[in-house]
Design a protein around this ligand. Structure first.
Ligand code: COA
Length: 193
């Protein structure tokens, strides 16, 4: 059974390991890179978690039989909180095509909708066709906006977006099984059967 857990200081080590695995395994997929983040101190990881677990951000891990196999995060846009941006999306190669990515995006979408966002958007590198097909499958479409890819300015990134359904329309299978030790109602742990 796969469980989606919010990233917190309690799972800092798991977060760090899976984020570095993602950067190493998919070096062309993210705005950051392994060389930069592999030298982060524990304090820098904790600061990142504070941002990812604050009012305007979230991070989720996918855990399969106690082994982390996926990660995704999101932030509300500072100048437009009606929009949330999906970031750091990654599924371990051995767990791909089993619905892990969809669960992570659904979890991020649920969080963003509860925060009041009506649009979920993201940037994907123009040569990352598999990820683009994945996002299209999940209802994202290209908006027409582009930006240079930070790791290689010769490449561009496409913006993709999709509307978020009202929270009462969340899928029935997305049922909270526990909440973490926090006052926020948005950090739920979801079980996917
Ligand atoms: C993109 C990625 C996150 C997809 O994760 P995943 O766990 O394999 O995705 P899922 O199994 O949840 O797939 C969800 C849907 O997308 C489809 N899909 C996934 N990968 C696909 C691909 N490469 N081509 C076409 N469709 C794809 C699946 O078939 C599924 O559709 P279905 O539910 O109708 O069968 C994963 O391939 C990955 O980590 N890639 C490397 C990192 C990366 O590129 N991240 C994106 C950065 S912008």
């Amino acid at each position: 059974m796969i469980v989606i857990e919010p990233i917190t200081v309690q799972n800092l080590q798991v977060f760090k390991e899976i984020r570095l695995r993602a950067l190493k395994e998919s070096p062309g997929a993210f705005g950051s890179n392994y060389a930069r983040e592999s030298v982060f101190t524990d304090e820098e990881w904790r600061n990142r978690i504070t941002r990812w677990a604050g009012e305007a951000g979230i991070g989720y891990l996918a855990i399969d039989d106690e082994v982390a196999c996926g990660i995704a995060g999101s932030f509300l846009h500072p100048n437009d909180p009606a929009r949330a941006q999906l970031i750091s999306m990654w599924t371990a190669p051995t767990r791909r095509h089993r619905g892990v990515g969809r669960m992570l995006v659904d979890s991020v979408a649920a969080w963003a909708r509860l925060r009041g966002a009506t649009i979920l958007d993201l940037f994907v590198v123009a040569n990352n066709s598999p990820a683009m097909r994945f996002y299209e499958r999940l209802g994202f479409v290209r908006t027409g906006r582009t930006q240079p890819y930070p790791n290689d300015p010769a490449l561009i990134e496409y913006e993709m977006a999709r509307p978020l359904p009202p929270s009462h329309n969340l899928p029935a299978w997305m049922h909270p099984v526990s909440s973490r030790a926090s006052s926020t109602p948005f950090a739920l742990k979801f079980r996917y059967d």
